[in-house]
Design a protein around this ligand. Structure first.
Ligand code: FES
Length: 266
């Protein structure tokens, strides 16, 4: 039998070692808006340029990435109107409206010499100043991101990165240490409510489902963008899909379901 506690801890520790090895990370937004504006072509061009220049590059984090440049794709970073976006860490430089033709300069100036390419920075229209990244762009500094906190910062296709950020620890806890009643009570106490407009207390909803008799229960994740022009469900599902799966697992534990579906129309 797999010891889940040890496995999650080991995965997180191994990932922590791997993520510390590259000298830099270049994170290209691969959300729908940026992809529509050519982000994947920018990613491919960047990879080719780094290889041409004989710079060590890793796409999937592996232990041998010492001193390399780690290039990754993220979900939506939120600032879609300025995409394609490209973030360079650890400096936290955010380049906006990046095109394939910008890649040579990004590599030559920033990745080789550490110089910022001013023309690719976001200019704050109220002050006229260039903003280096999310720490000084008003769009980001005015937000407190909770559900979207990891969206745009992690590789959504790498489960290890989600686990590294405490992913699946709560699911492990509810399955190994809590009863269904305790889960419902904990969620009720947290004050979590539905975000569809009615604001119904989630713990109450789960408890009502829990006490329903029946041989089989399902978890249905409603990922439908019911409001015109809404993309918040897509942002979470594309940018941090494991958080959706973990939430479904926790809800399933609370109500006694053993099967789940995600509902999306487009
Ligand atoms: S799709 Fe790239 S910022 Fe939203």
């Amino acid at each position: 039998m797999v010891d889940t506690t040890v496995d999650i801890k080991t995965i997180a520790e191994e990932f922590a070692r791997a993520v510390a090895k590259p000298a830099r990370r270049v994170n290209i937004c691969a959300g729908t808006g940026c992809v529509a504006n050519g982000a994947l072509k920018v990613f491919d061009a960047l990879k080719s340029k780094l290889q041409q220049e004989n710079l060590p590059v890793v796409v999937n984090l592996i232990e041998e990435g010492e001193g390399a440049i780690h290039i990754s794709k993220s979900g939506c970073q939120g600032f879609c109107q300025m995409g394609p976006l490209l973030t360079i860490l650890p400096e936290n430089i955010l380049y906006t409206k990046v095109k394939v033709s910008d890649v040579d300069q990004i590599v030559d100036e920033t990745l080789k010499k550490g110089t910022i390419v001013d023309r690719l920075l976001y200019k704050d229209i109220s002050t006229g100043k260039n903003c280096k990244g999310t720490d000084d762009i008003p769009f980001y500094t005015r937000q407190t991101r909770r559900i979207l906190s990891l969206c745009g910062n992690i590789d959504p296709e790498d489960i290890r990165e989600y686990i590294y950020h405490d992913g699946y620890a709560a699911a492990r806890r509810v399955y190994c240490e809590m009863t269904d009643v305790e889960v419902c009570n904990e969620i009720l106490k947290s004050g979590l409510r539905g975000r569809g407009g009615g604001g119904f207390p989630t713990g109450k909803k789960w408890d009502l489902a829990r006490v329903e008799p029946g041989p089989k229960k399902y978890i249905i994740c409603n990922g439908d963008e019911g409001d015109p022009g809404a993309f918040m469900n897509r942002s979470v599902m594309e940018g941090n899909p494991h958080s959706v799966i973990e939430g479904m697992m926790i809800a399933a534990r609370a109500i006694g379901a053993d099967e789940g579906y995600v509902y999306v129309r487009a």
